[in-house]
Design a protein around this ligand. Structure first.
Ligand SMILES: *Cc1c(COP(=O)(O)O)cnc(C)c1O
Length: 388
């Protein structure tokens, strides 16, 4: 089956009782256990015992995701961060060394800079993974994992998955890729040699801004380990209701991604023409420093843009935000609504970003509105700021 069909049909289980076309929401925390003496695997994830071991809506969602991403196995968890943490907590132990993209999701940054070194004794190098030579130079005898985010949140910097995976394999190191910005539709890290792919399903996969979830995909061996620990023992399972919503959102993933990408390209081109815009980074623009790598490993450029205004007055950035009416100043991304976040000068994360970002910048998640309406919204706000 091809991608549109997979997104509609995969995962659904036949409902023998009523013949429902969609798997109903199974709101049950526990199931009847056989009383015929069959041994019970109390901490297993392959039979119905308790909803922390597995639940029906979770299985439906995981089966669909496996086919979309082309993976042998999948685990879904309560949030993107729960999914990321499940990879680190399962596959790293005391004394292991990790190389991680210095531009990465804020919780990963804190996990690797503070929590895991301090509490677990993991050694970490946060480096610019856009440069393969920097990664090569950072490898040590105890390097166990390379974790990259590409495109990176929030700068859209691109790391070369195939090159990094080659390097990782030569050195017997696991490679995990946070694929949230690209979505499974536009980037397939497993086919480029990565061992694990992580998504915040809260974003494009769900697409409606109404449920949190995360997933990890990869070989059965690597995922089984994560399932046993992260679900049964750490307890970060996804609720049946969220799994249902996300499975429902996935039906339109290909349609949504096409629209996000087309509109993002138009908005990125529009912003690039403005004299008072300092920079625009969108992987689809020829001016993006890693555009060639993006073309090589992505089949679409998704909906994430970062840009900055040429201004010495911080106030102008806030006046601009305040005068947007269609576009909301809010975190998260991949929703139907266009969202913008201002990373101001005082943001504690700024020092970890490339130098051009240090004066503050905007991260834009292009929604499903018409490009003309978004461009009008920008134009009106720019006029209110006297930007010409
Ligand atoms: C949002 C996000 C996460 C975290 O996901 P949650 O679902 O909010 O926990 C991780 N990585 C990236 C790239 C994200 O954008």
């Amino acid at each position: 089956m091809k991608i549109n069909t997979i997104c509609v049909h995969s995962g659904n289980k036949d409902d023998d009782t009523y013949g429902a076309l969609h798997t109903p929401i199974y709101l049950t925390s526990n199931y009847r256990i056989p009383t015929d003496g069959t041994p019970v695997d109390w901490s297993g994830v392959h039979s119905n015992i308790y909803a922390r071991n597995r639940n029906v809506n979770q299985s439906v969602l995981e089966d669909k995701l496996k086919e979309i991403e082309g993976a042998e196995d999948c685990v879904t968890l309560a949030s993107g961060v729960a999914a990321l943490h499940s990879v680190f907590a399962t596959h790293l132990k005391h004394g292991d060394h990790v190389i991680c993209s210095q531009v990465c999701y804020s919780a990963v940054n804190i996990l690797f800079r503070d929590i895991l070194p301090e509490q677990v004794g993991v050694e970490v190098s946060m480096v610019d993974t856009r440069d393969i030579e920097i990664i090569r130079a950072s490898i040590k005898s105890n390097t166990k994992l390379i974790h990259i985010e590409t495109p990176g949140n929030p700068t859209t910097g691109i790391s070369d998955i195939a090159e990094i995976s080659k390097l990782a394999k030569e050195n017997n190191i696991l490679l995990s890729v946070d694929n949230t910005f690209a979505s499974p539709l536009y980037q397939k890290p497993l086919s480029l040699g990565a061992d694990l792919v992580v998504h915040s399903m809260t974003k494009y996969i769900n697409g409606h801004g109404d449920a949190l979830g995360g997933c990890v995909l990869g070989s059965h061996e690597l995922i089984e380990d994560i399932k046993l620990k992260a679900m049964v023992n750490f307890g970060g399972i996804i609720s049946p209701f969220n799994a249902y919503l996300i499975n429902r959102g996935l039906v339109t993933l290909p349609l949504r991604m096409k629209q996000h990408s087309e509109t993002a390209m138009k908005v990125a081109e529009f912003l690039s023409t403005l004299p008072f815009v300092k920079f625009v980074y969108y992987p689809g623009l020829k001016s993006h420093p890693q555009h060639d790598i993006a073309c090589k490993q992505m089949t679409g450029f998704s909906g994430m843009i970062s840009f900055a205004l040429h201004t010495t007055e911080e106030k102008v950035n806030y006046t601009f935000l305040d005068n947007l009416s269609l576009i909301s100043h809010a975190v998260s991304l991949g929703d139907g609504e266009t969202l913008i976040v201002y990373n101001d000068k005082s943001s504690e994360k700024l020092p970890y970003y490339p130098i051009e970002f240090h004066d503050g910048f905007f991260r834009l998640s292009i929604g499903l509105e018409d490009a003309d309406d978004l461009i009008n919204d920008f134009n009106n706000a720019f006029i209110k700021c006297n930007l010409k």
